[in-house]
Design a protein around this ligand. Structure first.
Ligand SMILES: [Zn+2]
Length: 142
């Protein structure tokens, strides 16, 4: 949602988790307090909250992430690939007519070919980001 390059590790093997993180230059984000770095290059970021929105707020408040308007929804929600802007002509017939006439800008995932437009992301997600912006703003010093 926020445009960060992220993957969810579903394996149970710590060795492979660290190996993958090193290979792809990733930081490991976890609530697991038993997971400790194996090498100096291993980077682990711990969150204490257990609800996703609170975890996001925690990362924001600790300064690990930022809400850059230009990065919001810049990646495919299905496969994490950065979206490309595509012309309206390329989209015609591939999205519902009313969307085609309503929208000016369209984006496509070069990997899975999914087409996005303003408002195509689930409303709940957009609302969550708004909530996050509001909640973090209200706690900022005057
Ligand atoms: Zn995709």
């Amino acid at each position: 949602m926020l445009g960060y390059d992220t993957i969810y590790y579903r394996g149970e093997d710590d060795y492979h988790l660290f190996q993958l993180a090193r290979q792809e230059g990733r930081m490991i984000l976890t609530r697991n307090t038993k997971l400790v770095p194996k090498r100096s290059e291993d980077r682990i970021l711990r969150v204490t909250e257990d609800k996703p929105l609170l975890q996001l707020r925690e990362l924001f408040q600790k300064g690990h992430i930022s809400l850059d308007q230009e990065n919001l929804f810049s990646r495919c929600l299905l496969c994490n690939t950065t979206l490309n802007q595509i012309s309206r002509e390329e989209v015609e017939g591939k999205v519902p007519d009313f969307i085609f006439y309503q929208q000016k800008e369209f984006f496509q995932c070069p990997e899975c070919r999914k087409i996005y437009w303003q408002g195509s992301h689930p409303e709940k997600m957009a609302r969550r980001i708004d909530e996050l912006k509001t909640s973090t703003k209200s706690q900022a010093p005057d």
